[in-house]
Design a binder for this molecule. Structure first.
Ligand code: NDP
Ligand code: MG
Length: 395
């Protein structure tokens, strides 16, 4: 079977793992031509991906890098584009399967371009779902697009969702991140390098910081609610440091189905790429005897307020989740750039949301009816978060 693919965010952690899976399947004789790939700034990695995958089109988000990208791809017979329109074109080009692996709300527009084509959209990017939730799901339905969750927890649920109408509740597992056993005093001093040193997963910097605050699990709670259609009270979070059980589905007869595997993103990526089939992929195999035990603990709401913030936003509605995600992006960037401290991340998000509430009464309670409205809430939340982060940095 020939399947044409595009990879949005090919230079990132998920993008690189996707490329490895594609190369392995190609080595088995599968025809997997690549239509388009994208990057933001890393021209060297984009050029490497182009040499390996031979796409027809490559887009770089930063327009200032167009010349450099063209030069790096000379002789490869690949069309090169730059800027937001080129990213959208990469998403819109004819491909049977599009991997959405750009980080942040920047992934929304190119992913929507893919959704509008109605093909298979493998969704690693969680922010676009968190920020545009119901509208994104509606658009996928309207255009006949099939959403294939790649985030490991949602991929796990997707794999064991045999009877969606007979589900009682969902449980998302969380590794607990690098600060699972740290005191609040220690967390107050945490550096970006420590926050990015995840004990189980090797990921991009933004999601690594989100894993350290547990905001990643908060975003995943929202993602699960929109993807699978469950209210927040039907979704629990449990800390499971071994990251072996990737999530669980509880059925009304008392059965609980879970998907297990090594913490290796190539597993959910391969599942999304070969769905509804499976293929041999040399991902790390699970050795239960070596693991010896699987442990679980409740998340600590005092050290990790992000879960409470995310749940409150989800209960509030789609504008609140848009604002939460946007404010979090600003706060994480400020932390990574050394402008605010680790514990200020959630504080910034919380204060930005209450600032918005005060400035524009009713804004967060309103359901956005268009992507323009989503963008307006996103921008307002970013402005509020920048203000709060700026005041925090100055204090
Ligand atoms: P990375 O930071 O490693 O990669 C991000 C990708 O997006 C890169 O290709 C980057 O290009 C590109 N990019 C960054 N900013 C922009 C922008 N403004 N416009 C266009 N492209 C941009 O992220 P990850 O691979 O870790 O994560 C990608 C998404 O997948 C995130 O939403 C994350 O939450 C989700 N995810 C990731 C997991 C993981 O294991 N890493 C697991 C589950 C979900 P460049 O390299 O040139 O900067
Ligand atoms: Mg995840």
């Amino acid at each position: 079977m020939t399947r044409t693919l595009s990879i949005l965010g090919v230079t990132g952690s998920v993008g690189q793992s996707t490329m490895q899976v594609i190369e392995e399947l190609r080595a088995q004789g599968r025809e997997l031509p690549v239509e388009a790939v994208t990057a933001a700034t890393r021209v060297d990695l984009l050029a490497d991906a182009c040499r390996r995958l031979r796409p027809k089109f490559a887009a770089i988000a930063n327009p200032a890098l167009l010349g450099e990208a063209r030069e790096a791809l000379v002789g490869l017979d690949i069309e090169v584009g730059a800027g937001p329109a080129a990213l959208d074109e990469a998403g819109a080009r004819p491909a049977d399967w599009v991997m959405s692996a750009i980080v942040g709300a920047a992934g929304l527009s190119p992913t929507m371009a893919a959704v509008r084509r109605g093909g298979h959209v493998a969704l690693a990017n969680k922010e676009c779902l968190v920020c545009a939730g119901p509208l994104f799901i509606e658009a996928a339905k309207a255009h006949g697009a099939t959403l294939l969750p790649v985030d490991s927890e949602h991929n796990a649920i997707f794999q064991v969702l045999t009877h969606p109408e007979r589900v009682e509740r969902l449980t998302l597992t969380a590794s607990g991140g690098p600060f699972r056993t740290w005191s609040r005093e220690q967390m107050a001093q945490a550096t970006p390098a420590q926050a990015c040193a995840h004990p189980m997963w090797n990921m991009g910097r933004k999601i690594s910081v989100d894993s350290a605050t547990l905001m990643n699990k908060g975003l995943e709670l929202i993602e699960a609610s929109y993807l699978f259609g469950f209210k927040s009270e039907f979704i629990d979070v449990i800390v499971h440091p071994q990251s072996t059980i990737h999530s669980l589905v509880h059925y009304i007869d008392g059965s609980v189905l879970a998907q297990l595997g090594s913490p290796d993103m190539r597993i959910p990526i391969a599942y999304a790429l070969t769905w509804p089939d499976r293929a041999h992929v040399s991902t790390s195999r699970l050795d239960l005897a070596k693991l010896a035990q699987l442990t679980f603990e409740a998340p600590d709401p005092v050290r990790f307020p992000a879960l409470r913030l995310a749940r409150a936003a989800l209960d509030r509605g789609a504008s609140a989740t848009t604002a939460l995600s946007a404010a979090n992006e600003v706060a994480v960037e400020a932390f990574l750039e050394g402008r605010i401290r680790f514990l200020d991340i959630c504080r910034t998000v919380e204060e930005a949301l209450s600032h918005l509430e005060g400035a524009e009464a009713g804004l967060l309670a309103k359901l956005p009816s268009s992507f323009d409205e989503v963008r307006a809430v996103d921008q307002a939340a970013r402005r509020a978060a920048r203000l709060v982060a700026g005041n925090t940095a100055a204090a």
